[in-house]
Design a protein around this ligand. Sequence first.
Ligand SMILES: [Ca+2]
Length: 395
Amino acid sequence: MQMKMLKNNKIKFYGKQLPKAGITSLILNKGAASHFITYESQFIGSAAITQIIKWSSVTVASLGAYDAVSGATQITQIAPSSGSSTVPAKAGELLNLVYQITGAPHRAQSWAVIGELPEGLNHLNSTNSNTDGITGIPTQPGNYIIRVRAYKSSNNSGYNYTKTFTIEIAPGSEPPVISSQPESLTITSVKKTTLQVTASGNEMKYQWYQGVSGNTSTPLAGATNQSLEIGPLLADSNYWVQVSNGVGTVGSQTATIKILDNYTSWAEKNFGANPIDAEISDPAKDPDGDGLTNKFEYIIGSSPIEQSLDQDTAILIKNSKIELSFMTKSTKGEGYAGLERVYTVEESNDISKDSWKTVPKYQNIIGNGQKITISESINNGKKYYRLKVHIRKKS
Ligand SMILES: [Ca+2]
């Protein structure tokens, strides 16, 4: 009789992977048909599946034994704790709970789980099978009582059997391991960004810090999630995160956020943002009507919304010399993070296109609010001067 039952109730598994023998490792993922377990060979035959792998005879025999048990029909745990109503599990470790209708043969068409499953676990939700399961990696220790119900008919209808299981999730034993580090990046001073860490482990807690990795002197209040939103920032800043659980602690690498502005972020600072009005913010516009385009004002460091008069540039004759002076401007102020303003004085005798030459010693002067004076002997010929200004990434 028992031999006959075994033959008729072959358990088969189809899918791309067969991790290792045994029922607990065979039920891995819910959903994808290629990973589903089923119990009746004729059911597999009707599906368009290319790979069918038989379970080891040991497993079939062990399950068959349950099917062959005579007596009242009921739901019985097959694995991991055969016959028990308690299901042992560990936070952070894969659980494959398998249960089956035992006793007098009784085909279940549908299954249900009553009660909330512990976080990380999923119901396999078999159909037309006397075997069903719950699988996944639980995250929170504790005891969870659930009820499993097998229905004689589909869609959870008809006569049914119910079994109560207590899933006992013990605390995990692995310290967290960071699998994805928060990344260093460059943003403008008007942007927000999000740093993210991914770690494996269970019951993990996160704390973000400002500074370099290992320095816990500046914890960020409330920054206790996997991700951290930062910005807008005015200066380069470092961040890192500490991940811990009851077993251990690990620190992430340092993520360096560099702030580098550009015309667009400068315009957003000066004209207000969201959505910024191109009619006034376009580089070629002159909303304050002072004859200087926005782009020009950005470069020389004047306000694009208030008319600017340059009172600091002067040319005068002094002690038989011509003296040309101007004030440089630093890139202090909003919209210039990571940038510097650079001045070069050029001279020409006739202002023709290719005649301009750099005045020796007056090139690439980094603006810092200093006064620059050029003093030259007056000669007979004419001389023209021009000042070239540009903005570049800080050297
Ligand atoms: Ca202007």
